[in-house]
Write a protein that binds this ligand. Structure first.
Ligand code: GSH
Length: 219
């Protein structure tokens, strides 16, 4: 049995999206981040990243975590790419070359885009986008993401999807990292192919189902 731990207001959105795309049978345990609770240790607190039972799964106290019949994995992108192969089908690589390409785009998202895109998301979430500090943070984040996004832009010109001419785990991985930059439209405005591709990714029923389930969770 596949169990995915982590509320969807987290990077658990990535494997949840992939599992839903694949039509996989899985159990979802919506563990919440401890920092979002007034008292994570309270008797009536929901299962959270500081709960001893969760720490036994991931001593780092972070979501998502995957338990696949006793194989426990952390790291959202590793989980997503693992599931793509584990479940078989077209979301995963068909050969080694595709596997390399899927890893390339996922790592680009995770190493060159995610941290800066999160700066944008958090600055907006804290209502600081129009403050002098917020503007400085956002300008630096936009500059940081521009180079890797230019790479994706060049690749996506004339292509619908990142790898193999079909929607794969690579699209989930990169699109989810870029989603964090979307609260600030100028960050991606000059990347027409990337914007069109993001729209295609986010129009998929599995993405929309993920966002609906996410939006139904407490903010
Ligand atoms: N690199 C990890 C990052 C995991 C992570 O930071 N998760 C956040 C939610 S998106 C979390 O659990 N935060 C709670 C905490 O760090 O205490 C991954 O991609 O899974």
């Amino acid at each position: 049995m596949i169990t995915l731990y982590g509320c969807l207001r987290s990077r658990a959105s990535r494997p949840w999206w992939l599992l839903t795309e694949a039509g996989a049978d899985f159990r979802h345990e919506p563990v919440v981040q401890a920092y979002r609770l007034p008292d994570p240790a309270a008797a009536d607190a929901p299962f959270n990243t500081a709960s001893p039972g969760f720490r036994a799964l991931n001593p780092m106290g972070q979501i998502p975590v995957l338990d696949d019949d006793g194989l426990v994995l952390t790291e959202s992108l590793a989980i997503t790419l693992y599931l793509a192969r584990r479940l078989g089908g077209d979301l995963g690589p068909r050969d080694l070359a595709e596997e390399g390409a899927i890893l390339q785009w996922a790592f680009l998202g995770g190493t060159a885009i995610e941290a800066s895109a999160l700066q944008i998301l958090f600055t907006y979430a804290k209502g600081q986008a129009d403050t002098p500090d917020g503007r400085t943070t956002i300008a630096a984040a936009c500059e940081a993401v521009a180079r890797p996004v230019e790479h994706a832009e060049a690749h996506l010109a004339g292509r619908d999807w990142l790898v193999g001419g079909r929607f794969t785990a690579a699209d989930i991985a990169l699109a989810e990292c870029l989603r964090y930059a979307q609260p600030h439209p100028p960050a991606l405005a000059r990347f027409g192919a990337v914007l069109a591709w993001l729209e295609r990714c986010q129009a998929r029923p599995a993405f929309r189902a993920m966002m609906s389930a996410r939006d139904a969770e407490p903010a």
